[in-house]
Design a protein around this ligand. Sequence first.
Ligand SMILES: Cc1cc2nc3c(=O)[nH]c(=O)nc-3n(C[C@H](O)[C@H](O)[C@H](O)COP(=O)(O)OP(=O)(O)OC[C@H]3O[C@@H](n4cnc5c(N)ncnc54)[C@H](O)[C@@H]3O)c2cc1C
Length: 436
Amino acid sequence: MKKLSIQVEATVAGSYDVVVCGGGPAGFIAAIAAARSSARTALVEQYGFLGGMATAGIVAPLSVFTYNGKKVIGGIPWEFCERLQEMGGGLIEKPLGNVAFEPELYKLCCQRMVLEAGVDLYMHSYLSGCKCSDGHIEAIFIDNKNGTEALEGRVFIDCTGDADLAWHANVPMQPDEGRPLQPLSTYFVLSGVDTSTPRMQVAMHHNRQGVNCHCEEIRNELLAHREEWGIPEFGGPWFCTTLQPGVVTVNMTRTAADATDNREYTRAECELREQVFRMAAVLREHFEEFRNCYVSAVAVQAGVRETRRILGAHTITGEEYVNAFRYPDSVSRGAHPIDIHVAHGASQNVTFLKTPAFVPYRALYAPDFGNLLVAGRCISADKTAFASLRVQASCMGTGQAAGVAAAMAASTGSAVSGIDISNLVERLIRFGACID
Ligand SMILES: Cc1cc2nc3c(=O)[nH]c(=O)nc-3n(C[C@H](O)[C@H](O)[C@H](O)COP(=O)(O)OP(=O)(O)OC[C@H]3O[C@@H](n4cnc5c(N)ncnc54)[C@H](O)[C@@H]3O)c2cc1C
């Protein structure tokens, strides 16, 4: 393919102890954790709001903070949930520990917590590259209305979901375990829904342990009439309350694509937008609760379940995960089922965990990259373990661990692999993390 070269001079906009890329569930928690650990911290986000998939993708609920009533993800993530609930924007569903939320208050709540922690926020800033030699990242490049700027840092945390920073730094990625990847789905919001019926009351509160929370009755009808009603491929459907009367989020569209390929991602966005309106029409035409509903919002971007993950110092395997293997450097946990959505067709492979799993610190960094950590969706896990760890509470848990670890490495000048693990664990427990 024809190539052109560009030369860009970037203004250094700031120098930090810790620079976090991506302000989703992993990133905003990582930034708060680093700043509360006394690190001068920057947070870079491409949109004009925080929350990642939770807000840009309207992905609800936040799963899953407890197991059999016992908290498994604590500390700053749990503080966030409680604060969101106090603001009237969150509902902690018991006993499962899923959190339903209102996306606009979610944005406000995490923005407040980030700013209160003293984090410098760079919104509308797209991470476009980095200056990296011999595995050491000196600065990242961000593009925004000021042009191309650079942010220098002692330690960087990649929370972009797609491992964008690690990819720019040439970090090796997990081997391909088979394509297609888990499908993309665009969430949408329906207003004017009769949410008072028993069927909707059950469907929009995800609080039942050990069962899939999709709406079984509607699903069966959709499957039975798929051709007759002209229904494209779908999943679920899952409905979730936004805490407002008559309003639910809907997760049912799907298409297979690799979202790190721009052309595939573009095709998927267009196809999924068509599906949103088709699905809304089907619900309106055939189900009583939806007779007067209308699409009041479509997610800013298609929901991306699976893309790049780094090849870390340790890769969490499915076997370790389902057996709750306890690592000497465990820093977080995961309690969500192994949840693999098939790329084609309406099915989903779900394995419920017998015990909450553990996450080792070594899954958050690559061996030869001394000042880079990752958290959230791009940590080092195989396809099976990842299928549980990808949910938001788990991403927040690894974000918290990465934020504290990055602050420690920045203050001592050691490589991220060289920090004192017992000290890290002690600090995390002081923050309220659940590691036992
Ligand atoms: C359809 C679907 C259904 C799901 N269902 C659930 C569910 O029911 N419960 C649950 O808990 N989880 C669910 N998930 C999973 C969950 O939403 C994500 O895996 C989780 O949000 C990942 O968090 P993250 O912080 O790693 O990444 P993200 O949430 O993707 O956040 C990444 C952030 O980085 C920013 N960013 C990315 N690239 C750049 C760049 N180059 N420059 C600047 N900023 C950048 C993004 O804008 C975003 O804010 C679902 C996901 C999908 C797609």
